[in-house]
Design a protein around this ligand. Sequence first.
Ligand SMILES: Nc1ncnc2c1ncn2[C@@H]1O[C@H](COP(=O)(O)OP(=O)(O)OP(=O)(O)O)[C@@H](O)[C@H]1O
Ligand SMILES: [Mg+2]
Length: 270
Amino acid sequence: MAKILVVTSGKGGVGKTTTSAAIGTGLALRGHKTVIVDFDVGLRNLDLIMGCERRVVYDFVNVVNGEANLQQALIKDKKIEGLYVLAASQTRDKDALTKEGVEKVLMELKETFEFVVCDSPAGIETGAHLAMYFADEAIVVTNPEVSSVRDSDRMLGLLASKSRRAERGEEPIKEHLLLTRYNPERVSKGEMLGVEDVKEILAVTLLGVIPESQAVLKASNQGVPVILDEQSDAGQAYSDAVDRLLGKDKEHRFLDVQKKGFFERLFGGN
Ligand SMILES: Nc1ncnc2c1ncn2[C@@H]1O[C@H](COP(=O)(O)OP(=O)(O)OP(=O)(O)O)[C@@H](O)[C@H]1O
Ligand SMILES: [Mg+2]
């Protein structure tokens, strides 16, 4: 059964697009045909992180408007088999996506893909609502700070009440918490909320904890999803999260302050 997975948050800039790219790529790497759909109309960001921005000819809005068909708009990843991107439009018209139009495109995608990963825009306005409305599962991306947790809580409320599953009285959207930009050192100093605090407030199963990592910026500058940087902490943490999403039991890593080795202490590496 094809699954629609929304990556959402409430608060902006927490790591949704980074996560959509990483999780979508990870699913394709494990043999699941996956498309990542950019719902952030006007901002186009996913294609940059996926490194396919020069290949966007037609986008999501073109397909909704019938100006192009899906085959014309889907961008096939050059390296990874079974991975596709549907880019957002750069139009300034935030209302370019309609519920009927989005439904038509998502249902068509569900016929050929195993996973449809929807990268939601920030906030709780129309774009974010459309991104989550048809979802089967939701990854709620949260940073370990009070404002982000509060907005994630609001989003959980919306997932439970304003989605199609909720409106139809069907089985609720399966919710996953993904804690990103986690910095154990700042948690230990009391400057950020710890994993347990966030879990307790939101009461949602923890899909993963992604450490704050320079590898993320480096990867996005190169247009390569960070999960492909297998040496990096963030890449490994995303890889574990994909395994958990597929039902594997994996212990959480990168939760504690790393003790620096002798040479690192000596030469100040970090
Ligand atoms: N684990 C991480 N470590 C360090 N930086 C990160 C991490 N995750 C995301 N970032 C950085 O945070 C910024 C925002 O990330 P991203 O664009 O993925 O967020 P977003 O939630 O999609 O934002 P928006 O709400 O604007 O769509 C980017 O500069 C990204 O490189
Ligand atoms: Mg984004």
